[in-house]
Design a protein around this ligand. Structure first.
Ligand code: PLP
Length: 452
């Protein structure tokens, strides 16, 4: 199948644009899949083909494509004041109001917000603030950080060390001195499948063991996604997050929830931590904050960490972390409008309603002969394919299933993400209608049938 015919644009792209997370040679051979417009749940490619986007871009376009009100606030802010950071004590109305809004909407105690350009630098900022915090409170040895296997925490030179996916380390082998990992609570691939309490207890023990191995006085923080996204949408048992929060307290380490994917209604509530009544010490967000319309992320910081840094710093000593575009007024104005759409615009409520249909769709497709497991919460889900349902044997990587799945899905008019060698990731926008949700599953089923 030819996915594109606009040769000149494709040639320009191939010759000059480096795409993220892509093999240079494979890209030269295959070329880009050029998109031209989007509306609601739908994308249109350069050939005019209409595609149902079951992945909200890159799990970010939570409100859907083509909201004029977002375009209008961005244009208005650009006209009035397109940039405002300059001297670092300069402020601007949208950034201050967005910070307040995030404090109001997030779990109790996260009273301070630092804005970034996306998720990776939000994780980096969290690491740097944590380092500063422990120096400020007189515990300078606390520098080691722990995260989960299969976790994704961005691809900057610092945060990529917390990411535990092979592609992000291969040939980027800068020594990892302070990043450590414990196994992921992955029910389907656990010998304790079905025993949620057992999985939680084992995970808690693994964290305790790792801290004991490193020495509690040397460990700064535990980073985790409430549901692991890029690692294959791994949904830990209910209660895991709460148990981890209690364990971090017991061990005297900070808990950082990386909610870059899970925040803003993706799993139902505004923040995934809310579902278990968990208030981490720091939360990182991005993606749904601006719904992908402009770049922006943030670190939400507890008062404890903020006051520790503030009290430990000499009054006039600058805290040397920041970027030219921190608190960008155009991004912040977009963020405010996106948050308004979630709440007053009813998009969060629609996401919760249609999320139940999504979860039912996942359960229903589990009967397909290629499907070993389906899992999800709210509008975040995965279909894990297996060569054999009984033994859970994976498909041979030589079959290049992810490429074939994507191509066949595209032909059937649905876009999803294929992870590893056998997992379909799904994250439709929160604006989906019942009909669109049913259409997603019908098109995925056809795609699997076509590959049988
Ligand atoms: N953290 C998590 C949990 C993510 O899923 C991602 C991106 O997918 C990141 C961090 C990095 O965010 P960005 O791609 O905006 O840098």
């Amino acid at each position: 199948m030819t996915l594109h015919s606009n040769r000149s644009l494709l040639d320009i792209d191939r010759d000059h644009l480096i795409h993220p997370v892509t093999s240079f040679r494979a890209h030269e051979a295959r070329g880009a899949t050029m998109l031209q417009s989007g509306k609601g749940m739908w994308l249109t490619d350069m050939e005019g083909r209409e595609l149902l986007d079951a992945f909200a871009g890159l799990w970010c376009v939570n409100v859907g494509y083509g909201h004029d009100s977002i375009v209008e606030v961005a244009a208005e802010q650009m006209r009035r004041l397109p940039y405002a950071t300059g001297y670092f004590h300069f402020g601007n109305e949208p950034a201050a109001r967005l910070a307040q809004r995030l404090v109001d909407l997030s779990p109790e105690g996260l009273d301070h917000v630092y804005f970034t350009l996306g998720g990776s630098d939000a994780v980096d900022a969290a690491i740097r603030y944590i380092t500063h915090y422990y120096n400020a409170i007189g515990k300078p040895a606390k520098k080691q950080c722990i995260a989960l296997d299969r976790g994704y925490h961005g691809s900057t030179s610092t945060g990529a060390g917390l990411t535990a996916l092979a592609n992000f380390h291969r040939n980027f082998d800068l020594p990892l001195r302070w990043q450590h990992h414990i196994p992921s609570p992955y029910p389907y691939r656990s010998d304790l499948e079905g025993d949620d309490d057992g999985i939680i207890a084992r995970s808690v023990q693994q964290l305790k063991d790792k801290v004991a191995e490193l020495g509690a006085d040397n460990v700064a923080a535990f980073f985790c996604e409430p549901i692991q996204g890029s690692g294959g949408v791994i949904v830990p048992p209910v209660g895991w997050l709460k148990a981890i929060r209690a364990t971090c307290d017991e061990l005297g380490i900070l808990m950082v929830a990386d909610e870059v994917i899970t925040a803003f209604g993706r799993t139902g509530p505004m923040f995934a931590c809310e579902a278990e009544g968990v208030a981490p010490d720091l939360i990182t967000v991005a993606k749904g904050l601006t719904s992908g319309y402009v770049p922006m992320g943030a670190v939400l910081m507890s008062d404890k960490v903020y006051q520790g840094i503030a009290d430990g710093a000499a009054v006039d000593a600058v805290i040397g972390h920041g970027a030219t575009y921190s608190g960008h007024p155009v991004s912040a104005a977009v963020g405010l409008e996106v948050l308004r759409l979630y709440t007053e615009g009813g998009i969060l409520a629609n996401g919760q309603r249609v999320g139940a249909r999504f979860e039912a769709g996942l359960r229903a497709i589990a009967d397909h002969p290629m499907v070993g497991d389906t899992r999800g919460r709210g509008l975040l889900g995965a279909i894990e394919l297996v060569a054999d349902k009984g033994s859970k044997e994976r498909f041979d990587p030589a079959l290049k299933l992810p490429d074939r799945l994507f191509a066949k899905g595209y032909e059937n008019g649905v876009i999803f993400r294929a992870f590893g060698d056998n997992i379909i990731g799904l994250a439709p926008a929160l604006c989906a209608s019942d009909e669109e949700m049913d259409m997603i599953f019908a098109r995925i089923r056809k795609t699997l049938d076509d590959l049988l």
